[in-house]
Design a protein around this ligand. Structure first.
Ligand SMILES: C[S@@+](CC[C@H](N)C(=O)[O-])C[C@H]1O[C@@H](n2cnc3c(N)ncnc32)[C@H](O)[C@@H]1O
Length: 178
């Protein structure tokens, strides 16, 4: 995951579903002062992540990534959506297409949308993984029991070009362009 951040992050970066901001803190930025915007539904995640990378003075936006958002004229060289889709309700094809269509207008012409998500179908979870999947899906923390690689590819490819999806263990790693 860190390697992928290192490979993809650009000078103007939007991170969606920021969690604790660990990757933003540890990755190698291509410039000394990247312009970083954090978007998350949860104000605690925004607060923790923005404090963690306060040296970059990130902008924050509290919003649901499934709802259209007006970010104005800004365009990003990279948009990261890591470990986000498995938290979102609905079928993977439709949630991936929705997020990609909402974010695509904010990609620079050579920008990249990249991310990762835990799949529920067509992959092997170990015992602990299976228990966590059941528990988290029951509690509504995850919604990914039916998520598979094909749905992700189709959802992303309906809105983006050059879509690549690699599955490593139970995690799908993806990237696509405008
Ligand atoms: C598992 S964390 C991902 C953390 C981080 N990207 C990483 O890879 O370490 C999921 C994040 O997505 C956010 N999130 C969940 N549903 C969301 C939604 N509908 N819109 C925006 N953010 C959402 C959560 O608040 C949380 O910060």
């Amino acid at each position: 995951m860190l390697e992928r951040y290192n490979a993809y992050v650009g000078e103007r970066h939007l991170d969606v579903g920021v969690g604790t901001g660990w990757f933003l803190d540890h990755c190698n930025w291509p410039v000394e002062t990247p312009q970083i915007t954090l978007l998350d539904l949860n104000e605690n995640s925004l607060s923790v992540a923005s404090k963690r990378i306060r040296r970059y003075a990130p902008a924050t936006i509290q919003a649901n990534v499934l709802d259209p958002v007006d970010l104005g004229d800004v365009r990003f060289d990279s948009i990261g959506a890591n470990y986000l889709f498995h938290c979102l309700p609905g079928e993977l094809e439709s949630k991936a297409a929705t997020v990609a269509s909402i974010l695509r207008p904010y990609l620079a012409s050579d920008g990249v949308l990249f991310g990762s998500t835990i799949l529920g179908r067509g992959v092997r979870h170990n015992l602990l993984g299976r228990r966590l999947m059941r528990l988290y899906n029951r509690k509504g923390i995850f919604s990914n029991l039916e998520d598979d690689q094909r749905g992700l590819e189709q959802g992303l490819a309906s809105k983006l070009t050059g879509v690549e999806v690699d599955v490593v263990g139970a995690v799908a790693l993806f990237a696509g362009r405008q």
